[in-house]
Design a protein around this ligand. Structure first.
Ligand code: AMP
Length: 420
């Protein structure tokens, strides 16, 4: 496999799949350029080695072509700011003009293609079907798209460049034209960008070869969205801490009274199965013994702590209690590898955030003592950042869904397409 560090970019055109799906305000200003900043080292590397760069990305979920709310033209100032070079805008990702610009691009120059998802071919999801289309009709339309115009779309994108770099970890779990299908046109000239390399290395460090003990902390709102991840983790970790809203599904399954807490009774059998699996595999299962409960979902709420198995009927569990904070901290400090996905409470409301803060602080402390800590999945990242601890953990993943799928399936289409 070629790597970005040993590839000769001199005189070559590199098409780079980046994740420029950044938030913009109503005036079209980028409000958080983290993703652009994250891709800059890869782009600068190609430029500094005498290559030319063609950037492609999606933004948002446009449903037509064009859908100017999602034009990538609005992010050009932010891209130029991060790269320190002028960016030429192709105005489309297909068509004569885009092809001409990519053909004529010179070493050191950057062309930005328009939002890939203006075209249904990027995702391979047909558009414009009648509302009452049958399942068969939908399947037929999808097949026609994938076997017809999507092939042309991929071929056209590939024709713009001499080599392909995927640096969009956030979309690496998608089998899309620009993240997966395009790779086969570059059998000897495809590689990860620096961001992808870092992500894959960090996750492999945790999932393939963790220093032990390895603790996974899984929080968030629902068991139903994390079943696959929890089961996969039970094969890898020594202990699992369950936090957040899903605590009450476990408590309910064990016969507890959960009051008005978020709970998925239809998931009770799954919760019991997970407990059984943990026992059978010798994985320590930790849940907070107590909950911080509230009488309303706001900063003005009255709060009290109660046993997680005995919450008053009108009250709702929204964070771990003092017992949980102490137990989690003590356990986290004993671990050498820590993976955290999902807050252990409703951290967005300050009153309900002290449990997640305690977990974040314990992870930072363990990291200082030499543990490797990986934080991933949108909300846990926002959570460590809220407490100003982003720099005190080993690695923060940029991919929410991608990270979870990597954990669950052990690989991602976008990663495999480059590697295999
Ligand atoms: P997820 O996307 O599944 O990781 O869920 C993250 C969300 O779970 C955050 O917005 C938290 O506010 C929410 N959450 C955490 N604990 C609870 C809880 N006890 N009750 C309701 N929501 C929660």
């Amino acid at each position: 496999m070629v790597s970005i560090d040993n590839y000769d970019f001199k005189g070559k055109r590199a098409i780079i799949r980046v994740d420029f799906n950044v938030p913009v305000d109503a005036a079209g200003n980028v409000t958080d350029d983290t993703r652009i900043r994250a891709a800059a080292p890869t782009i600068k590397k190609v430029l500094s080695e005498g290559g030319a760069v063609i950037l492609m990305s999606h933004m948002g979920r446009p449903k037509k072509n064009p859908d100017m709310k999602y034009t990538l033209e609005q992010i050009i100032p932010a891209v130029e700011n991060n790269l320190g070079v002028k960016v030429q805008f192709a105005g489309d990702c297909m068509g004569e003009k885009a092809a001409e610009m990519c053909k004529n691009i010179q070493a050191g120059e950057v062309v930005l293609l328009e939002n890939l998802r203006f075209y249904a071919e990027e995702e391979g999801k047909p558009r414009g079907l009648a509302e009452d289309a049958t399942k068969e009709e939908k399947e037929a339309a999808k097949k026609a798209l994938k076997e017809g115009s999507q092939k042309e779309f991929v071929k056209k994108l590939a024709s713009y460049a001499d080599c392909y770099i995927n640096d969009a970890f956030g979309t690496a779990h998608r089998k899309h034209a620009s993240t997966y299908l395009i790779a086969k046109y570059f059998p000897n000239d495809k590689m990860f960008g620096y961001l992808m390399e870092k992500e894959v290395k960090a996750i492999s460090e945790v999932m393939e070869n963790p220093q032990r003990p390895f603790c996974a902390i899984v929080g968030g709102s629902k068991v139903s969205s994390k079943i696959g991840v929890i089961k996969a983790l039970l094969d890898k970790c020594d202990s699992i801490i369950i936090g957040g809203g899903m605590t009450y599904t476990f408590a309910g399954a064990l016969g507890g009274k959960v009051g008005k807490s978020i709970c998925e009774p239809d998931m009770h059998p799954v919760a019991l199965e997970i407990l059984e699996m943990a026992k059978a595999k010798g994985v320590k299962f930790l849940m907070s013994p107590d909950a911080l409960t509230c009488d309303q979902f706001s900063e003005e709420a009255n709060t009290k702590e109660s046993s997680v198995m005995d919450i008053d009927p009108e009250w709702e569990g929204v964070d771990i209690g003092a017992g949980g904070k102490a137990a989690f901290r003590e356990h986290i400090l004993e671990c050498k590898t820590i993976l955290w996905n999902g807050p252990v409470g409703v951290f967005e409301i300050n009153k309900f955030s002290t449990g997640s803060k305690a977990v974040a602080e314990a992870i930072a402390e363990a990291t200082k003592k030499g543990a490797f800590s990986l934080i991933g999945g949108g909300d846990s990242v926002a959570c460590v950042n809220k407490f100003g601890l982003g720099d005190e953990v080993s690695y923060i993943s940029t991919g929410g869904g991608a990270l979870l799928e990597y954990i669950e399936f052990g690989d991602l289409p976008g990663v495999a397409a480059i590697r295999d």
